[in-house]
Design a protein around this ligand. Structure first.
Ligand SMILES: Cc1cc2nc3c(=O)[nH]c(=O)nc-3n(C[C@H](O)[C@H](O)[C@H](O)COP(=O)(O)OP(=O)(O)OC[C@H]3O[C@@H](n4cnc5c(N)ncnc54)[C@H](O)[C@@H]3O)c2cc1C
Length: 415
């Protein structure tokens, strides 16, 4: 493919300035990793009056997997509700839907309260059958009905004429993640938060206090540490037996403004395809159609160019009016067995160290709900739990913690 390997979000060239850590610091909470999970955690804590420091290895913030996302904000699970309820039961499946909805609501609330211009809007999500045929929706319809989750059966027709039954879900959303996080970082700083880039963390030691040591020898002393590096650097076998890395691919092609309407769409194929649009850069009279898919286990394929070509062929068939390909890129997602993230106490680092990982391809919402979960935990009930789970039902912190503790126990994941 004859375009730059860069993500569509970098085309605006938004400045994300920050400076390296030059001296030792102390704070209430040190957040390692400045992607959506880390920055949201830091923002929520700073908004609550905590003294927060964010450290990131890259020269810019939000330049990890967050820069490569396609930023569907979905409460419908990538790995399907049928899969989750078969491995964790109906209660957890319902709680997972509520958790991702709470994450979308939280982003909405932050966008409104901080007046962030990031193209956020609520849209419908559409699940369509892939080449594997319409029967693939049947099982999911049964599960969704049993769980009482809202969906509607309708028909989706692509501009290329391909038409199929689909399941429509309301209350999904989309946004421009870098616009969102650039503004969120500014808000974080307004609340007293500090960010440092080009600062590689080498060691995190839990305790009272915790100690974070950087590659260049500076130390941050903190009452608590949140490791939000997507793939934690010290997890060893405890973590790496629980997540599997997959590579996923995306392209952005120009389409006439408004020509393909709103909405997220994805299919049931394995690997699946996922599609959304995004307005062109400021003042540009076109949209981008962003199409992703062609996932494989990282390290188990060496045909990257063909994967982008297949994505392009899939897109051209369904969107014959498409214009030039503007950019293409790929990135990593970390899958767990049940499709839910791992959020909670980091068992390898000692006390007062927490982690958000195992995004399962839904890191926009998992990162956000993980941030909400850990910020609530650090606000008051840090010692109540020692768990590995991901699901939360947002609301009254006490009932949420009780639910969380119950689910962690049910799942046998309490350490
Ligand atoms: C092509 C693609 C499409 C996707 N589409 C979607 C989607 O539609 N919806 C969705 O919800 N999710 C999607 N995802 C997943 C989502 O993008 C990620 O799960 C999410 O961005 C992860 O955010 P994060 O904050 O956990 O990690 P990151 O954004 O990777 O942030 C981690 C940060 O930690 C820093 N770091 C790492 N190690 C260290 C260290 N030792 N010291 C200091 N800093 C360190 C990194 O520099 C990085 O900035 C997609 C991913 C890809 C690749």
């Amino acid at each position: 493919m004859n375009t730059a390997t860069r993500s569509v979000w970098t085309l605006d060239e938004l400045a994300r300035p920050a400076t390296p850590l030059q001296a030792d610091l102390s704070c209430d909470v040190c957040v390692v990793g400045g992607g959506i999970a880390g920055l949201t955690t830091a923002y929520l804590l700073a908004r609550d009056g905590k003294k927060v420091v964010v450290l990131d290895a890259k020269p810019e913030l939000a330049a990890g997997e967050t820069e490569y996302t396609t930023a569907h904000l979905a409460w419908y699970l990538d790995d399907t509700f049928s899969h989750l309820s078969s491995v964790r039961g109906d209660d957890v499946a319902k709680a997972a839907a509520a958790s991702h909805r709470a994450a979308i609501d939280l982003i909405d609330e932050i966008v409104r309260s901080e007046r962030i211009a990031c193209d956020f809007r609520q849209v419908d999500g559409h699940l369509i059958p892939g080449a594997d045929g319409p029967d693939t929706l049947k099982e999911e319809v049964k599960t969704l009905t049993r769980l009482g989750l809202p969906f509607e059966r309708t028909t989706l027709t692509f501009p290329g004429g391909q038409s199929s039954e689909c399941l429509r879900f309301t209350a999904h959303a989309q946004f421009h993640p870098i616009k969102y996080l650039t503004a969120l970082t500014a808000a974080l700083r307004t609340h007293g938060g500090v960010t440092h880039t080009s600062t590689v963390v080498e060691k995190v030691r839990g305790g009272e206090p915790c100690k974070v040591t950087t590659k260049h020898g500076q130390t941050v002393t903190a009452a608590a540490v949140v490791i939000a590096t997507n793939n934690p650097f010290e997890g060893g076998t405890i973590l790496h037996t629980k997540v599997a890395s997959y590579t996923t691919y995306a392209i952005a092609v120009k389409v006439p403004k408004g020509s393909f309407g709103d909405g997220l769409c994805w299919d049931t194929e394995d690997p699946y395809h996922y599609v959304r649009t995004q307005p062109g850069e400021e003042g540009k009279e076109f949209d981008y159609l962003i199409v992703g898919g062609e996932d494989h286990k990282t390290g188990q394929a060496d045909d990257q160019p063909q994967r982008w070509d297949r994505l392009l062929a899939w897109t051209r068939e369904r969107f014959p009016g498409m214009g030039e390909v503007r950019c293409h890129w790929s990135g990593q997602v970390f899958e767990t067995a049940d499709g839910l993230a791992l959020i909670g106490a980091a068992p390898w680092n000692g006390p007062n160290v927490f982690v958000i990982t195992g995004d399962s391809g839904m890191g926009m919402t998992h990162g956000t709900l993980g941030a909400r979960l850990l910020a609530d935990l650090l606000r008051g009930a840090q010692r109540m739990l020692n768990f590995w789970t991901c699901t939360m039902v947002h609301g009254d912190p006490r009932s949420f913690l009780q639910q969380l503790a119950r689910m962690a126990t049910v799942s046998g994941l309490v350490t």
